[in-house]
Write a protein that binds this ligand. Sequence first.
Ligand code: AMP
Ligand code: MG
Length: 401
Amino acid sequence: MTKGLLSVDEALEVLLAGARPVTEIEQVPTLLACGRVLARAQTSAMDVPPMDNSAMDGYAVRTADVRSPETRLRIVQRIVAGAVGEPLAPGTAARIFTGAPIPPGADAVVMQEFCAADGDAVVIKKVPKPGDWIRRTGSDVRKGAVVLAAGKRLAPQDTGLAASVGIGTLPVYRRVRLGLFFTGDELVMPGDPLPPGKIYNSNRFTLTGLARVFDCEVRDYGIVPDTLEATRGALRRAAGECDIIVTSGGVSVGEADFVKPAVEAEGSLLMWRIAMKPGRPLAFGRVGGAAFIGLPGNPVSSFVTFLVFVRPFLLKTQGVAEVAPRAIEARADFEWPEPDARREFLRVKWNSQGGLDLYPTQDSAVLTSTAWADGLVDNPPNRVIRRGDPVRFLPYSELYR
Ligand code: AMP
Ligand code: MG
């Protein structure tokens, strides 16, 4: 460990131990459950498919009737999806369409490409085997099987699966209310003119967007001036309305940094200097019923520290079972000859050769790097990277889930 600094993992351990998962559960229509976190495992009360059915447009036959090619069978029924056929008499065939139930007695479907219709008869060109082109009852889901695990954030395909077993509503945890405010006398909102000395409040957009990616109910308390009173006031308001308060800026120990004294006055606080780059200062505490995480103001630092710290904290609070992001071992197509003594999160992009390119400027004030990138390389302290080396890659696609 770098002297006087806390490692990312040490900080994460303290942070996650302090997360209080929401316990309130609401029953929501399956159609509206995407992005929500499932509170209880879901079991299927039925087999899917619920009946043997045809996987093709063609003819349902008894294989015992079709011993050789060019067998001719009388077509005695026509079964479309949604209908129910009659038992199939020996020596006959049923015209059948994809998804239609297999009539009792039939044990195979011959796809229409291997059949020739001839008036009210069909000539079967290919000898079928029992079971051909039949989707069996329960071959997708067995009655009693668990289809969705508790603690899963529901993706579109999960809600589709729930619907396929007839589940019309799902128990999910209530949404986490995440409050945001942005400290800094220099901040101005885009759309307003930019007076000398000011900059636009980009963190509002990055952090609001991230909070939405994780399906939070966002409360935005806007730009807070660099005074103790204003910072305390914003904290009090947010604490009364939110589960988690996330702020940017004001966590260094400069003269204009009021987050520390404000949180200490309104609640309790741990101030950390973390052995990571970007993003050294981080504040963690509580104000009333709300957890507090103070991120650094630098746009890249607040983005990266949100992904590294707020993300798992938030996921745990939301009731998500798996909070660690999945990393991929990928090939560096760049050199990193002078690594830092702190763990670094480098902005990289996937190239068409399946390797990673490095954004040329890794400065924590250069937000372009984050928008250019596809993710972060998580580089251990002092690890030199040579072209071709395997590195630990955290794609945004994994960090955003
Ligand atoms: P601070 O952590 O308050 O010392 O801020 C560090 C740097 O980040 C300074 O250059 C700030 O101007 C900049 N910064 C702080 N907050 C924001 C914000 N909301 N949007 C863009 N830049 C910011
Ligand atoms: Mg500031």
